[in-house]
Design a protein around this ligand. Structure first.
Ligand code: SF4
Ligand code: SF4
Length: 354
């Protein structure tokens, strides 16, 4: 069955305007999508992504606020994210809250209250079908999943499915999903710059004779070194089980989509392909620069991801690899998600101008 995906394209702005686009009409599109989902009231979780501490929030708090205002019970809605396995201080609750406040997600900011979804103080992670969900979102009445669509070293892209499967599970579950991924340094490509060492949260990389080496006893497979390497000199082993990783993320996404709420909970998915994602993710020397493509909105995460994939291929270099700089294709992710009934790659794109 074909799903409807809305594309809200930003109105043209002067080249020198560095502010995030306004995206006029975002709220109306969210309402339009939600009418089809027949939502009830209750506290909705607005899943956002903060991104690295030194950059603007990957999803602008103003966008999160506007999405929240279109939810059935805006006063009860809360913004949320989970603990990082790649980036300090986003790997601790206190650090995460500090970064959130610095990026405009704190008190006095435009967005609803922010909480770390897998904060241990919120209670034990509920296990559903073998997946430990983040306690803070597992019982939410509905989900608004806001994703900065960007390259991902293991999945090709970070989109709605990975936001569910990696972004709404407990940190320990996130680490478990990465088991089996073994990055390797392509020694002839390595310039010995040390960028990968600097970002590795797990002290798994050393420089020997001017080249990086990975200690697989320490490595969690998080992939941050691949984002950092300007030479694209770190990549997963060919036998690294990337397809199995993608399938497991899709399986976790199905569980996170459902949560612990009886029956199906309503949800809306937004993939942002706008200015803020230009500088984040992907080995920089390998990527094709891409402008503000807009935001994709729908209630089918598979369709929203497939639409985003098609859009970057059409507008950003002719292939996913040209856009991302990573050779991984997300076929196993989307195929497993479809097979499990999370959604459909078939979609009809409806264009709007914001
Ligand atoms: S970031 Fe890349 S080029 Fe630099 S040391 Fe690491 S593997 Fe080598
Ligand atoms: S070496 Fe392993 S743990 Fe360190 S950044 Fe790379 S993938 Fe992550």
């Amino acid at each position: 069955m074909s799903s409807v995906v809305h594309l809200l394209e930003p109105a043209p702005s002067p080249a020198a305007d560095l502010a995030p686009p306004r995206l006029e009409g975002l709220e109306d599109l969210v309402r339009q999508v939600l009418v089809r989902a027949r939502p009830g009231t209750g506290a909705w979780a607005v899943k956002t992504w903060l991104g690295p501490p030194q950059r603007p929030a990957a999803v602008a708090p103003a966008w999160a606020a506007r999405v929240a205002s279109a939810l059935p019970d805006p006063e009860a809605a809360f913004c949320t994210d989970t603990l990082s396995i790649t980036t300090a201080p986003l790997d601790t609750v206190a650090g995460h809250q500090d970064v959130a406040a610095a990026k405009g997600y704190g008190p006095g900011g435009p967005a609803p209250e922010f909480k770390v979804a897998d904060d241990p103080d919120l209670g034990p992670a509920p296990a559903v079908d073998g997946i430990d969900l983040a306690a803070g979102t597992a019982g939410a009445a509905g989900l608004a999943v806001l994703t900065p669509f960007r390259p991902h070293p293991h999945a090709g892209f970070l989109g709605a499915i990975t936001s569910l499967g990696l972004g709404l599970v407990d940190r320990a579950a996130k680490l478990e999903l990465h088991l089996g991924i073994r990055p390797q340094v392509d020694t002839p490509l390595c310039a010995g710059c040390g960028s990968c060492l600097a970002v590795c949260l797990w002290d798994a990389i050393v420089l020997k004779a001017g080249r990086a080496m990975i200690d697989h006893e320490q490595c969690t497979g998080c992939g941050e070194c691949m984002n950092a390497c300007f030479m694209a000199g770190v990549a997963p082993e060919e036998t690294a089980g990337i397809p199995r990783f993608q399938e497991r993320v899709a399986e976790a996404a199905v569980v996170a989509r459902r949560g612990t709420v009886a029956g199906t909970r309503p949800a809306v998915f937004l993939n942002f392909l706008v200015r803020r994602d230009r500088s984040s993710g992907g080995p920089a020397r390998k990527r094709t620069p891409c402008g503000d493509l807009g935001v994709l909105v729908g209630n089918d995460p598979v369709a929203v991801d497939r639409a985003a994939w098609d859009l970057v291929v059409e507008r950003c270099g002719g292939s996913l690899e040209a856009w991302s700089g990573f050779r991984q294709q997300p076929d196993a992710l989307l195929e497993r998600a479809e097979a499990l009934g999370l959604g459909s790659s078939e979609h009809r794109l409806v264009r709007h101008t914001g």
